[in-house]
Design a protein around this ligand. Structure first.
Ligand code: ZN
Length: 282
């Protein structure tokens, strides 16, 4: 047995690594979140990736990114692909040095994916991808770290089963704790008004320590594995379905969380009156 074939031998008995390798994962954004999720997926046996990002790795990225100093100046897609192959040589990655959400053929780019990893910090682009995924019936998982790393949230869209991001917004509007998250998140009304596709500068945030981000990227990865498993003909063993498709996690006892390591979660069905779901599903 050569070294390569032994890579997964310690986890093969735990679950069916080979099954996950069949799925294609589209990664929209290879920054601190996307890079960590992609790496975790490759180390879980996922082999087929399409990586999208139009930026290069800067020195200021290194303490929060999966890629370190030796990748400075590399396209983030090239850097992440190199890292994935270092952990799983069977990884095949299509590299696109482009912003996925800006592409005119967005629907074709996501159609057929086992899951789309939505990991950009740009609200309008998230909503554009949301629409494309609802239109094409493609599952996605979005992760977001709240300002200063006080916590974050993960949302899994499951076609024909859960609400979309538009549904989530409508739902959260009515939840009091979300109002307080917006305050601390420093999202201005102007930025919120532009959410549905108007040009607006990216929402600048200060996302805190890598250790705080890692809690969210780990949940993000788990939800992505769950999405892949849902699309396979056979469910991998020891990967029980995750029921609730929304999870908010608090790292610290900072408003709106009142203790360390706090979790809130719920399942969100499609919401009546969601413009995206009404337009793009029948
Ligand atoms: Zn919806």
């Amino acid at each position: 047995m050569d070294g390569k074939s032994r890579l997964f031998e310690r986890i093969e008995r735990l679950y069916d690594v080979g099954l996950l390798g069949q799925a294609k994962v589209v990664v929209a954004g290879c920054g601190s979140g996307g890079s960590q999720v992609a790496l975790q997926l490759a180390m879980s046996g996922v082999r087929n990736f399409a990586l999208y990002d139009n930026q290069t790795l800067g020195e200021e990225n290194v303490i929060r990114h999966a890629c370190g100093l030796r990748y400075i100046g590399w396209n983030k897609t090239d850097a992440v692909a190199d890292l994935l192959k270092d952990r799983n040589p069977d990884v095949h990655a299509e590299l696109h040095n482009q912003d996925l959400m800006a592409l005119p053929d967005l629907d074709d780019r996501v159609r057929g994916a086992g899951v789309v990893i939505l990991a950009t910090d740009n609200e309008p682009s998230r909503y554009r991808l949301n629409e494309a995924c609802v239109r094409t019936g493609t599952p996605f998982v979005v992760g977001r770290v709240f300002t200063r790393g006080i916590g974050g949230e993960v949302y899994a869209y499951r076609p024909k089963e859960t609400g979309c991001l538009g549904c989530l917004e409508m739902f959260l509007e009515r939840k009091p704790q979300r109002e307080r998250i917006r305050e601390i998140d420093l999202v201005s009304q102007e930025e919120r008004d532009a959410m549905y596709g108007l040009p607006v500068a990216e929402i600048k945030d200060s996302p805190g320590l890598n250790v705080d981000i890692a809690f969210i990227t780990n949940f993000h990865t788990r939800y992505a594995l769950d999405a892949i498993a849902r699309g396979l003909p056979e469910r991998p063993k020891n990967m029980e379905p995750i029921e609730q498709n929304y999870l908010a996690w608090g790292n610290r006892p900072v408003h709106p969380f009142d203790k360390h390591f706090q979790v809130q979660r719920f399942a969100l069905p499609p919401i009546n009156g969601c413009r995206v779901c009404e337009e793009h599903t029948s």
